[in-house]
Design a protein around this ligand. Structure first.
Ligand SMILES: NC(=O)c1ccc[n+]([C@@H]2O[C@H](COP(=O)([O-])OP(=O)(O)OC[C@H]3O[C@@H](n4cnc5c(N)ncnc54)[C@H](OP(=O)(O)O)[C@@H]3O)[C@@H](O)[C@H]2O)c1
Length: 327
């Protein structure tokens, strides 16, 4: 996706969270499309939970467009253990960035949420209108409620102030830059690491959390980044005509069971031992598949298949090793 009238190559674009998996993929995609005027700050340079620091940054730098990909993110264990941190940090980041973006006159902002905003037993595939129609999955409820508040902020600032704030809800993402720390990671990096280490150690089996029966959808982060760049470049008139909603789902439209995923990762890694399902660990929501009709109407489709994407992730992990992250 190249520069467009709504996302010119000269635009001052702030990518919040540019060192994270999604933010780094967006940054790569923008750079590949010729964007040179990117504003990037590490957490050490700009803590987005610090309102004064965020105000000073926006007033001094006056970004025109903002990708909000900074968040406290983690798997089931981290979400369930650090419940206060997950709701606090995500609400604070969203409040500070969106309100200061509005005060500084930012032309357009894209907020990244997550498929966990949907009810635990939402009809499948999940459509945007299923938001707030049932109870959430309890293990990540604080995170999900923060993300729902973020969507509501985009909509409220648009309706009250005319601010062009939009939101995208990605399905489960994976790829280069993923978190391979077993205490805080999502299922794909956790399994890639476990299988790789089991292969190196010649271990007879690998433990997989849960029963293996939940169904999940996975999208490569470079496909997600292409979707984000497209969404930032779409005029408000096109958004209103094709999306007709404050946020849009971004997914592949296909899902696999955790068992099928584990078997595929075993093949990609070249591990020949056994899988053992640890049923003392939680499964989470039974099925999560997004309806992607609105993104398709905008002309986007994923390009990277699961086996190809897993191979690239494995290669990245083997090159980088397990970079330790804060929970
Ligand atoms: N990963 C997924 O499967 C997935 C799925 C759906 C939605 N999403 C959404 O996509 C977005 C990005 O996720 P990700 O997977 O890229 O997460 P990530 O790899 O953990 O990156 C998060 C980024 O946010 C930054 N950050 C966190 N707290 C901050 C703070 N207080 N001040 C400044 N920066 C802060 C981190 O900075 P440091 O690098 O300095 O720590 C990091 O760059 C999130 O909104 C998430 O909800 C992700």
């Amino acid at each position: 996706m190249g520069a467009t009238a709504d996302l010119p190559a000269s635009a001052r674009i702030y990518v919040a969270g540019h060192r994270g998996m999604v933010g780094s993929a967006i940054t790569r995609a923008l750079q590949a499309a010729g964007h040179k005027n990117l504003l990037l700050r590490t957490r050490a340079e700009l803590d987005l939970t610090d309102r004064n620091a965020v105000r000073t940054f926006f007033q001094a730098e006056k970004p025109e467009q903002v990708f909000l990909a900074a968040a406290r993110v983690g798997g089931i264990l981290a979400n369930n253990t650090y419940r206060a941190d997950f709701i606090h940090d995500n609400l604070a980041i969203q409040l500070n960035v969106m309100d200061e973006a509005h005060r500084a006159g930012v032309k357009r902002l894209l907020f990244l949420g997550s498929s966990c905003i949907y009810p635990k037993h939402a009809p499948q595939p999940m459509k945007e209108e299923h938001l707030l129609t049932g109870l959430l999955e309890p293990t990540n409820q604080p995170y999900a409620i923060a993300k729902i508040a973020g969507i509501e902020m985009c909509d409220a600032y648009h309706r009250q102030h005319g601010a062009d704030f939009r939101a995208a809800m990605p399905t489960n993402l994976y790829g280069p830059g993923d978190n391979f720390d077993l205490n805080t990671s999502h299922v794909i990096p956790a399994l890639i690491r476990k299988f790789h280490e089991a292969k190196v150690a010649n271990a007879p089996s690998v433990a997989v959390w849960g029963t293996g029966t939940p169904r999940r959808e996975f999208l490569h982060v470079d496909d997600m980044a292409a979707a984000c760049v497209l969404l930032m470049g779409v005029s408000r008139a096109v958004w209103d005509e094709k999306v007709r909603h404050p946020f849009v789902n971004v997914g592949t439209g296909t899902d696999v069971t955790i068992r099928e995923l584990a078997e595929l990762i075993g093949q990609v890694v070249g591990y020949s031992g056994k899988l053992e399902f640890d049923t003392s660990k939680p499964d989470g929501t039974p099925r999560k598949l997004m309806d992607g009709s609105r993104m398709r109407a905008l002309g986007w489709a994923p390009r990277i298949g699961l086996a190809e994407g897993l191979q690239a992730s494995l290669e990245w992990f083997v090159r980088q090793g397990p970079v330790q992250r804060k929970a």
